[in-house]
Ligand binder design. Structure first.
Ligand code: PLP
Length: 342
């Protein structure tokens, strides 16, 4: 079988995870009667130090429900231009919430307090209402960068001064927590809402959880229904998510160690690797050839990788790639070095 490091979303449920899915008690969640979903929502909220949680089919829906629940049409949402909710969600916030983006810059996908301060304009009938700041941790397009609280607080402090709400796209928040050795609840604490993906490095097949205050989640539950995300006996999926949160968080350290080994070995061969300040489970390889060409060549050597730019590859470690998989990946890059740098 091919070594698949395109993304940590490609993981398959383990036999143990499938067993808890098989045994999960279920009910109609739109009636609030799925005990496994109710448990996952309460468990995740408690884990992240918030009042309530909402199980949704995807990370995209979690972010979109959050924006819907926090804003009114026309409101201004401040976000880094490389963030997933802006860059990779197909303009969904414009479609569903009708919000205005205000795109910020900043190192590693994280705006500075200064940058936000300059972007916020005074109340005036010419300006949209500034309403929400949205951050991301780990930051995907910044190479899986784990962002510490000090860097997060720079813009959050400014947001609070201006009565903005704050949302965290924490699709890979547990990677950040493990890499920084800071509790996920502490990384979540300054935010009004946080979304986490169960289907990335944590290895569940489907699902995300959005957490926040009870009032926010009550409103979010309505928007989830409107978006078509009210599922029925989805406790089968929530059981996998709960298993992932209780069994697959600490092991993320192995993914990070394997990513580091990739970095060291590929660098030793002469590859140019981008590494963020605090790396996690991603490796960004910068090439002199088109990413598409490299992807095809690596595929011939049984290694599947993704692109993160015209000449940048993204490799992501996860629970279905063991040390042998890393060795095979390194070997394939070794055989192709002359081709790429010819
Ligand atoms: C994957 C991802 C999402 C969206 O998740 P989907 O389940 O693919 O919709 C949101 N934010 C970030 C940072 C992600 O990496």
């Amino acid at each position: 079988m091919a070594i698949d490091v395109r993304s940590d979303t490609v993981t398959k449920p383990t036999p143990e995870m499938r067993q808890v899915m098989f045994e999960a008690p279920v009910g109609d969640d739109v009636y609030g009667e799925d005990p496994t979903i109710n448990h996952l929502e309460e468990f995740t909220a408690a884990l992240l130090g918030k009042e309530a949680g909402l199980f949704v089919p995807s990370g995209t829906m979690a972010n979109q429900v959050a924006i819907l629940a926090h804003t009114e049409r026309g409101d201004e949402v401040f976000i880094h231009r490389d963030s997933h909710a802006y860059y990779y969600e197909g303009g969904a916030a414009a479609m569903w919430s009708g919000v205005t983006w205000n795109l910020l810059d900043g190192d590693e996908g994280t705006p500075s307090g200064d940058g936000l301060q300059k972007a916020i304009r005074p109340a005036n009938i010419h300006h949209p209402r500034p309403r929400l700041l949205s951050l991301e941790n780990t930051h995907n397009r910044a190479g899986g960068a784990a962002i510490d609280l000090r860097r997060m607080m720079s813009s959050i402090d400014v947001a609070r001064k201006h009565d903005l709400l704050a949302h965290l796209d924490g699709a890979r928040l547990f990677n950040a927590s493990v890499a920084l050795n800071v509790a996920a609840a502490d990384l979540a604490a300054p935010f009004d809402s946080v979304s986490v993906c169960l289907s990335k490095g944590l290895g569940a097949p489907v699902g995300s959880v959005l957490v926040g205050s009870q009032a926010f989640i009550d409103r979010g539950r309505m928007f989830r229904k409107w978006l078509g995300g009210g599922m029925r006996q989805a406790g089968i999926l929530a059981a996998a998510g709960h298993y992932a949160l209780t069994h697959h968080v600490e092991r993320l350290a192995h993914d990070h160690a394997r990513a580091l080994r990739l970095v060291e070995q590929l660098r030793a061969m002469g590859y140019h690797i981008f590494v963020p300040e605090v790396p996690t489970n991603m490796v960004m390889v910068d090439l002199p050839v088109a990413a598409d060409v490299a992807i095809e060549a690596l595929k011939q050597h049984n290694v599947l990788v993704g692109a993160m730019g015209p000449k940048r590859l993204r490799l992501v470690t996860h629970l279905d790639v063991d040390d042998n998989g890393i060795d095979e990946t390194i070997a394939a890059f070794g055989r192709l070095y002359e081709t790429f740098y010819a």
